[in-house]
Design a protein around this ligand. Sequence first.
Ligand SMILES: Cc1ncc(COP(=O)(O)O)c(C=O)c1O
Length: 471
Amino acid sequence: MHLRALRPFPRPLLSSKRFVSSTTVQRAATATASAANDLVEDDIASSAQQQKFASETIANNAFKANPLNGTRPIYLDMQATTPTDPRVLDKMLQFYTGLYGNPHSNTHSYGWETDKEIESARKRVADLIGADPKEIIFTSGATESNNMAIKGVPRFYQKTKKHIITVKTEHKCILDSARHLQDEGFDVTYLSVNSDGLIDLEQLEKAIRKDTCLVSVMAVNNEIGVVQPIEEIGKICRKHKVFFHSDCAQAVGKIPLDVNKMNIDLMSISSHKIYGPKGIGAIYVRRRPRVRLDPIITGGGQERGLRSGTLAPPLVTGFGEACRLIKEDMDYDQAHIKRLSKRLMDGLLSIEHTQLNGSKVHRYPGCVNVSFAYIEGESLLMALKDIALSSGSACTSASLEPSYVLHALGADDALAHSSIRFGIGRFTTEEEIDYVIKAIHERVEFLRELSPLWEMVKEGIDLDTIEWSGH
Ligand SMILES: Cc1ncc(COP(=O)(O)O)c(C=O)c1O
């Protein structure tokens, strides 16, 4: 066994800012423990010391200011991105040094050795979703995969089919791709959702037409964590012989997914949502019955001609390793995230006039979206500089527009403006959750004390009965 297996925490990461929690260190240590058998005792002792040092360093940096690097907030924005697992980085590093061959060079060993690793990563991605490796096409991430599916499939079948169906609460990259299609003369149906964020299956079936070629419904919503009934949607699509695409950027590795059981024909996957590197992802494209699509990027014909360009071996292999780890750790991760999620929800919802957004049942526990009435979400975020959070999806939170997802659920502007998303992940600790609950209690109380509306509520005035005068 390679010595590096026991040293998954490269120095620069340890000595830099607060990066991973002490749980990370303990868990990675557990994962690599079996490698210890192959090592001499000295190595084990020094490795154990190194890990002890790592745990202490990281724990010390968790809540204290570090004079060299500054303090970093607690990270609870896992839907925006997840920290790269040190075990993933360990896998990637060799492709920046020794294994630098172009995987598409087929005339020498440099190419062959890299290609072998690429194919092994492809198998790891496929294994996570029950697919055949030949059905996995590497892309730059879920945005590109979604563009390929939404634009590529209708463009290929446009002679006979000009209609697609999607949902109002999809990620911006789906909605924007659909708008581009409309500009090209395609017809798009945007399904509404119920107040719990779920689509109505009858409405979906009614929306399917003779010229519908694609239905696209995400599995887990990135803002509210609602899980759509993917298996039922797959059945309806198969019955009507319509291709089914699912944006699974927030679902892969978090909930069980099987492309065959669920009749999914195309699936978008992102590496950086599962503790892998950024800038890499994949699209699953079914081979039987075969799905055809017009490629967006053309050139050397790599990736079955669907996505030309030289693959990035460090990213691809890191992504493959992230898939392997999340499959292996799924039960452990899910139990950990579920427990912390319950703790967080109990803590937050004990504050009066708060509500959990989205279905209480059909949800991924690692995404908790809560509205704090009589408070502006943006003000709360400003008052929570010690916690990295988002008031919506990363791409919309730059604007002060209230969330279109919460609007689609029927939330009014005030409620949508008062919502915060809490993202829990593999490396989140109980200590962090307790800190967050306490901080939110204090700051919500502080901000409400400043609010004239809150004063009226406390006096028992029903705000809905007030006629506000405009000037
Ligand atoms: C549901 C969903 N789809 C697509 C994306 C885009 O993924 P990527 O960053 O890999 O392009 C995201 C990321 O925020 C997402 O949450």
